[in-house]
Design a binder for this molecule. Structure first.
Ligand SMILES: NC(=O)c1ccc[n+]([C@@H]2O[C@H](COP(=O)([O-])OP(=O)(O)OC[C@H]3O[C@@H](n4cnc5c(N)ncnc54)[C@H](O)[C@@H]3O)[C@@H](O)[C@H]2O)c1
Ligand SMILES: N[C@H](CO)Cc1c[nH]c[nH+]1
Ligand SMILES: [Zn+2]
Length: 441
């Protein structure tokens, strides 16, 4: 769909953390290979190199966890508990929405489905730029509600120190083991396992471009939740929106990193132009302006749409992680839009509520992944498996006849014979390959 820009993002964008996008896969591959070959020694080497962090043990003891929590202000601990109660309430409702079932498709033919939690998961809690303790609620607590047996959780040091509030959130969310370890070295150690870091079956959690690339390269050997990379926000606004609110909410996500895009699609030229002015003004007083001004400059866009239907269609093309709707009838976005990680409807909520406290999960698809997946939720930690049982001889024989015919069309003689055998046993069908007396019954 053609777009009219009031502000367009310049094409050349810099990657996060000083690397170029082209470098990242090779750097990540090197770290994974070294950890696979040398285990803990390589983990320590890269932790020293990337995070200047080399404690006696990366794993926190119970005493260290309790000490970290004791350093956190009581109000912060109370807030963590309140937020976790919100996240838990939504996750529990999600778990209850997932049903095991069994149906009888013909007399005595039972087909069923079970949802079995993954046994061992690794939760990555980002922390390079900010202590993202809210990601602990989202990854660890959700896994525990799903019924995961053991959660190993990693987070980077904060400027050479243990990030106490993040550790408190990880512990209160139910982490079974906590490691202060960041980036690729954390993801790779949990994926391949080392003498000190347990191997897990599945890794969940957001992170920067290095973390996302590590998950991509290790996928297959382990499961992953989704590609939850640098955060994105898109606002759909009509003439009823307050441009001060639009600008404030756009910049709220631009501060994540120099590669976090913030986009406004509006039906009102006046609101679009005023938002651009206000973003410039608001950036002046923002502590995180050194980052947010770069992402707004390089990745900020304002698009003028001919009407709301066009605005929703353009927004669907972006397929962004967060979509905030500031229009007279925000709920209609639920019908008009399909491609988003999470929707924020109306002026009384905002993306930051989702990020920090309201209870929906903030680990969400980025870079267009919302075209094929939703965000992290209880269901990502479950394996939906099936089973079948036939308790009726006639039906087993009839299925055997059907299986024999279906398999022979595909030239699968071995498969066909499994069907023949049941047709012979239960319906007395004769086959050249089954000699008299061959079947014991
Ligand atoms: N999509 C989502 O759901 C979601 C949710 C929360 C956060 N996020 C994103 O997570 C990201 C967090 O990034 P962050 O950097 O603050 O923390 P992070 O924990 O993801 O990354 C920090 C680690 O990166 C590694 N690193 C840094 N520079 C490196 C280099 N040059 N080479 C190799 N490794 C290097 C270090 O080991 C460090 O520990 C942000 O981009 C944010 O937008 C996304
Ligand atoms: N916006 C991020 C991705 O949804 C989540 C977050 C947590 N804290 C701040 N932001
Ligand atoms: Zn955010």
């Amino acid at each position: 769909m053609p777009r009219t820009y009031l502000k367009k993002a310049p094409g050349a964008a810099k990657a996060a953390n000083g690397g170029s996008p082209a470098d990242i896969p090779a750097i990540v591959q090197g770290v994974i290979d070294a950890i696979r070959a040398e285990g803990d020694a390589a983990v320590r080497l890269y932790s020293e190199k990337f995070d200047k962090w080399s404690p006696e043990s990366f794993r926190l003891s119970d005493a260290e966890i309790q000490h970290a929590i004791s350093q956190v202000p009581a109000q912060t601990v109370a807030d963590i508990k309140e937020v976790q109660a919100n996240v838990r309430a939504f996750a529990v409702a999600q778990r209850e929405s997932i049903k095991d079932f069994e149906i009888e498709t013909a007399p005595g033919v039972f087909l069923g489905q079970r949802n079995n939690p993954i046994n061992y998961i690794g939760a990555y809690i980002p922390g390079g730029r900010y202590p993202l303790l809210a990601s602990a609620h989202m990854t660890i607590l959700t896994a525990k509600v799903a019924g995961v047996k053991k959660v190993v959780a990693c987070t980077p040091p904060a400027a050479g120190k243990i990030p106490n509030a993040t550790v408190a959130a990880m512990h209160l969310a139910g982490a079974d083991e906590i490691f202060i370890l960041g980036g690729v070295q954390a993801v790779a150690a949990m994926a391949v396992g080392t003498p000190t870091v347990p191997k897990v079956d599945f890794i969940a959690g957001p992170g920067n471009a290095f973390v996302a690339e590590a998950k991509r390269q290790l996928f297959g050997e382990i499961g992953i939740d989704l590609f939850a990379g640098p955060t994105e926000v898109l606002i759909v606004a009509d003439e009823t929106a307050d441009p001060f609110m639009v600008a404030t909410d756009l910049l709220s996500q631009a501060e994540h990193g120099p590669d976090s895009p913030a986009v406004l699609i509006t039906t009102s030229e006046e609101i679009g132009k005023r938002t651009i002015e206000l973003c410039a003004e608001l950036l002046e007083g923002l502590v995180t302006a050194p980052v947010a001004s770069v992402s707004w400059r390089d990745f900020g866009e304002v698009v003028l749409a001919g009407g709301l239907d066009e605005a929703y269609a353009i927004a669907d093309e972006y397929a962004y992680e967060h979509v905030q709707v500031l229009t007279a009838q925000p709920r209609e976005a639920l019908e008009k839009m399909q491609n988003f990680g999470a929707l924020f409807l109306g002026p009384m909520t905002c993306v930051s509520y989702g990020d920090k406290c309201i209870g929906t999960n903030h680990v969400l698809p980025t870079l267009g992944a919302s075209r094929y997946t939703g965000g992290l939720w209880v269901g990502k930690y479950l394996r939906t498996v099936t089973y079948q049982e036939v308790r009726n001889t006639e039906q087993s024989g009839k299925l055997g006849q059907l299986c024999g015919r279906a398999a022979r069309v595909e030239l699968f003689e071995g498969h066909a014979r499994s069907g023949d055998l049941r047709a012979h046993m239960y319906l007395k069908d004769e086959f050249d390959w089954i000699k008299p007396g061959a079947v014991q019954q």
